[in-house]
Every structure is written in structure tokens, then in C-alpha cells.
Design a protein around this ligand. Structure first.
Ligand SMILES: NC(=O)c1ccc[n+]([C@@H]2O[C@H](COP(=O)([O-])OP(=O)(O)OC[C@H]3O[C@@H](n4cnc5c(N)ncnc54)[C@H](OP(=O)(O)O)[C@@H]3O)[C@@H](O)[C@H]2O)c1
Length: 323
């Protein structure tokens, strides 16, 4: 029996096989998605500029570290998420060479839906030396099926001294547009701050959430001072606080604050994302999701208005009181 090959499924094939319907992605959610789009048209899409160029990005994107489907049904769901991204106003899609097949799922989907140019593709290299770094980078181009990658990042600061110059050369050659570095734990925020001072970076990607505010003390102010754009990974809760599941468990069954409802927030996910992207240094948060309904919820947070400083402080107090 032939093994399931995620790269070979088109939306039409998935439809023919009834997979999208099976995954609840046809009549169940297509109509609500259209309604959501129409309703959202009444709200402003919030964008922020990349300091090094002024190019503007919507403040909520998509993380894809779980885009490694094992069945045709799972693949169909992920492709539906990617297809909905630009429809719902999203743009930034973050992946990495080490996310087991995520780059291929994205490359195939974007090519088959013809939406590559509507998205901002960010990926990462994690290698121990220049030769394996170069090989990994070339594999990313192949998997993503694009001649130009918007943002290439050094994953977890690995071999930065060799990888950043390599990426800067590729930027000069026009193959990538922006260069960045990533980290996902406060334990390395000091190293990230040193790198911000040392390299001419366009972006950093760092962990920050209402439950883990470490980045706000040094890394975020430094990025702002140096004119470096900031992507936020694990925006619902970093490794320290037990991740997104612990954050959603904390708010389970609790009503949203009245003041948040009054500015149009309709879920805790939206409020937690608004908290993150309202930090003045933050350019875009990249919550991970494999569900169209969660994607729509997350992108709702990129509409309407940001929280002001007083609202952010109020939310921190509320959050801490729930602990
Ligand atoms: N070192 C690094 O560079 C690094 C490290 C970690 C992560 N990242 C990047 O950051 C991205 C985000 O990280 P993450 O996915 O680990 O953490 P996260 O975004 O904080 O949380 C993702 C979790 O939240 C759930 N979720 C998403 N939206 C939701 C909503 N509206 N309501 C309820 N639940 C929701 C997801 O489940 P469902 O799938 O069911 O929606 C998933 O379990 C990654 O995908 C990756 O691109 C980078």
C-alpha cells in the first residue's frame, strides 16, 4: 500500500474525497467565514510598519510548528487554514526547516491556491556550521516553492556568528528580503539583547505573553530603540507558564471584562493577542493554530483597535489576580 504523501493532495481532490466536509470545513464553516469577512469589513485592519523599510504588516499572523499532517484529513485542514489566511486579512506565516514537513505543506498549498504573493513567508535555519546551514537554506527554498523568502531567521540563535553573515549575503543578493534571529525562552534573552547590539538585523522573534513578560524588561525596549521589527512566538503563554493550554485553562468559564467587550473583543484568545500586539515594540504575533475557527478568532484580534497602556496594565492586574 502506498504511503500517504501530503504534498500530493489538491483542494479539488480533497473535495472529491469529501475530506473538507469530513473535517467540518465546508457547509459548517464556509458560510460563517464569509459572514465574518463581511462583518470584519466594518472594522479596521491593524497594521504596523517594519522599521527598516516601512512595509506594513497586519499585527496577527500564523505559526505552523504543528503543520506535520499524518492523514489526508489532517492535511486538508491545514491547507484550509492557509487558504483562509489572506481572506481573513492575515499575511505573516512563520515556519522552519525543522518543523517536519511544515515548509512543504505551505509551499504546496500556496502554489496550488496561487496565494504566494498575498503572504509574507518567514522561515528559519538551524545548523551547526556554514555548509549545513547553506544546504538547509536551499532545501527551504525548494520546499516553499518560491524564489524569494521574505524573512529568514537564525533558529534559536544557533551558530549566529556564522548564520547571520550568510543570511545578510543572501539579502544582498536579493534572495531574501529581511534577516532575523529567534528565541523562545527567557534564559537566552540576554544573548538576544547582545545580538541586537551586534548585528544589523531587520527582525527578532521572541517569546512574550501576558503570563511571561520577561521580554518586556530588556529585549523589547532594545528592539524598539534599534529600529528592529519584532515577531512574537508563543503569544498565549511561553514554556515557562505551561503554554497555551495553561493560559486558556486559567480563563476557562470567566467572563471577559466589560471594558474589553465594549471595544469589540469577543474571546479570551483575542484579548490575550491584543495585549501582546499592543506593546509598542511588537510588530506581529504569530499564534500557532491548525483550526480555521481559531485562525478566524486570532485574526479578529488584528481588527478594531489596540489596547492603550492603561488597559494593558488593567489586564495584567486581572491576569495576576486569577493565578
Ligand atoms: N524558537 C522558535 O523560533 C519558536 C519556538 C516556538 C514557536 N515558534 C513559532 O511560534 C508559533 C506559535 O507557537 P505555538 O504554536 O507553540 O504556541 P501558541 O501560539 O502560544 O499556542 C498554540 C496553541 O494554542 C491553540 N490555539 C490557537 N489559537 C487559539 C484560539 N483562538 N483559541 C483557543 N486555542 C487556540 C492551538 O491549538 P489549535 O491548533 O487547536 O488551534 C495550540 O494548541 C509556532 O507555530 C512557531 O511558528 C518559534
Amino acid at each position: 500500500m502506498s504511503r500517504f504523501d501530503p504534498s500530493r493532495l489538491t483542494r479539488r481532490e480533497a473535495l472529491a474525497a469529501g475530506l473538507l466536509a469530513g473535517a467540518g470545513l465546508l457547509s459548517g464553516s464556509a458560510a460563517p467565514a464569509a459572514e465574518r469577512r463581511e462583518a470584519r469589513g466594518k472594522h479596521r485592519l491593524i497594521e504596523k510598519p517594519i522599521p527598516s523599510t516601512g512595509e506594513r504588516l497586519p499585527v496577527v499572523g500564523l505559526g505552523t510548528n504543528r503543520f506535520s499532517p499524518r492523514t489526508p484529513e489532517a492535511l486538508a485542514k491545514l491547507r484550509a487554514v492557509l487558504q483562509e489566511m489572506p481572506e481573513l486579512g492575515g499575511k505573516v506565516v512563520d515556519t522552519a526547516a525543522i518543523y517536519r514537513g511544515s515548509e512543504s505543506v505551505i509551499g504546496d498549498a500556496l502554489a496550488s491556491f496561487g496565494i504566494r504573493d498575498r503572504l509574507f513567508l518567514a522561515t528559519k535555519v538551524m545548523a551547526r556550521d556554514g555548509a549545513s546551514g547553506k544546504a538547509s537554506i536551499e532545501r527551504s527554498f525548494q520546499a516553499l516553492k518560491t524564489p524569494r523568502i521574505d524573512l529568514f531567521q537564525v533558529h534559536n540563535l544557533m551558530d549566529m556568528d556564522e548564520m547571520v553573515p550568510l543570511l545578510l549575503d543572501m539579502k544582498k543578493a536579493g534572495r531574501i528580503r529581511y534577516v532575523g534571529i529567534t528565541a523562545v525562552t527567557p534564559a537566552v534573552h540576554g544573548r538576544m539583547a547582545d545580538a541586537l547590539a551586534k548585528f544589523p538585523l531587520d527582525f527578532i522573534q521572541v517569546d512574550y505573553s501576558i503570563g511571561d513578560r520577561d521580554a518586556a524588561s530588556r529585549v523589547l525596549p532594545l528592539a524598539k530603540d534599534r529600529g528592529v521589527a519584532v515577531l512574537i512566538n508563543v503569544p498565549f503563554g511561553g514554556l515557562r507558564g505551561g503554554g497555551a493550554s495553561a493560559a486558556f485553562a486559567r480563563v476557562q468559564g470567566r467572563a471577559l471584562p466589560q471594558w474589553a467587550q465594549e471595544i469589540g473583543v469577543t474571546s479570551w484568545g483575542q484579548l490575550l493577542l491584543k495585549y501582546v500586539v499592543s506593546h509598542p515594540a511588537v510588530t506581529c504575533a504569530i499564534p500557532g493554530t491548525t483550526e480555521v475557527s481559531h485562525l478566524a478568532d486570532n485574526l479578529e484580534a488584528a481588527h478594531g483597535r489596540l489596547l492603550d497602556a492603561a488597559e494593558r496594565t488593567r489586564l495584567e492586574k486581572l491576569w495576576d489576580s486569577m493565578g
